[in-house]
Design a binder for this molecule. Structure first.
Ligand code: C2E
Ligand code: MG
Ligand code: MG
Ligand code: MG
Length: 288
């Protein structure tokens, strides 16, 4: 009886593993196709200052597949990183974001900070810096307007090379932001070794800050650390007015979240900038 039960448990486990494996394979195949057919697109989430003016935006990649439907970037970026597709995906993201931002600049006359997420796979390419510079030059975007968002997984790679790349980017005037800050292991020692310009406080702290004093204290500590290291802070995942006002009291000066605006296609961002009004927070598009 006992052995029969454990045999069943093994079967269920194996089935789940097989399903996860199949899903990965399918996502990889479809993504490879989507990349070659340019079926992905970008959306942009506004970043606001304490006066609720749009001062920046983060570029986020989107993919709607005919068969799979909407696939989260959290899922397909990970698949791309493990299947040799990340460089093609990263190139698409960099080029499309800069091109669309150039259009926005031309039609609205406004300059923003443009945040682009960079995978560690891109970051460790020897020609990464020169590729970024080339793309900036192609679309005539000043390097000072670009903010590259990286995560703490950078430390698990060739650290000397990472430091070298960070320094070269900064010499060119390109800024670096540590995304999802506070969720990795080595946050504090990392700050000592890496000249980072900005910390992005992870959504998970914001989610619980109103109920959990420790989460609120963590946010406050990160703000102090940033200040003493001459870094800027962006809070992401602000969904409620009560969070925003508590964050303002803590000294936050830059906000991103559904409470202000969801990620939107470039045309909607353009409208927001023209009318100086934010989008009602419900309408993120999932198809191209
Ligand atoms: P991230 O860089 O930390 O991006 C922030 C994520 O939080 C985005 O999810 C955004 O839509 C979501 N978000 C922002 N405000 C709120 C809010 O108030 N509430 C909630 N519930 N969510 C909010 P998204 O677009 O699904 O991206 C997930 C992750 O996938 C990103 O996390 C980033 O790590 C990765 N990613 C997305 N686009 C790209 C890209 O173009 N390149 C790379 N390398 N990674 C990307
Ligand atoms: Mg990001
Ligand atoms: Mg983040
Ligand atoms: Mg994240």
């Amino acid at each position: 009886y006992k052995s029969k039960q454990s045999r069943n448990a093994v079967n269920i486990y194996r089935t789940e593993m097989e399903m996860a494996y199949l899903r990965r394979i399918t996502v990889e195949q479809r993504l490879r196709q989507a990349l070659s057919r340019e079926e992905l697109f970008m959306v942009y989430q506004p970043q606001l200052d304490e006066h609720e003016q749009i001062v920046g935006m983060e570029a986020l990649v989107r993919w709607h597949d005919e068969e799979l439907g909407f696939v989260s970037p959290a899922e397909f970026v990970e698949v791309a990183e493990h299947s040799g597709l990340m460089l093609a995906l990263g190139r698409f993201v960099l080029d499309t974001s800069l091109k669309e931002y150039a259009l926005l600049k031309r039609s609205s006359g406004i300059s923003l900070d443009l945040g682009i997420n960079i995978s560690v796979i891109q970051f460790e390419q020897p020609d990464f810096v020169s590729n970024v510079l080339k793309a900036l030059d192609t679309w005539q975007i000043p390097p000072e307007e670009l903010v590259l968002e990286v995560t703490e997984t950078l430390v698990m790679h060739n650290f000397d090379q990472v430091v070298e790349t960070v320094k070269r980017l900064q010499q060119e005037g390109i800024r670096l932001s540590m995304d999802d800050f506070g969720t990795g292991y080595s946050s504090l020692s990392l700050l000592r070794k890496l000249p980072i310009d900005e910390l992005k406080i992870d959504k998970s702290f914001v989610d619980s800050m109103l109920e959990d004093e420790r989460a609120a204290n963590t946010i406050q500590s990160i703000i102090y650390i940033a200040r003493s290291h001459h870094m800027h802070v962006v809070v992401e995942g602000v969904e409620m007015g009560a969070q925003a006002s508590a964050l303002v009291k803590m000294g936050c000066k830059r906000f991103q979240g559904y409470y202000f605006s969801r990620p939107e296609r470039l045309e909607r961002i353009q409208e927001m900038l023209d009318s100086k009004a934010l989008c009602p927070p419900e309408s993120e598009p999932t198809t191209a």
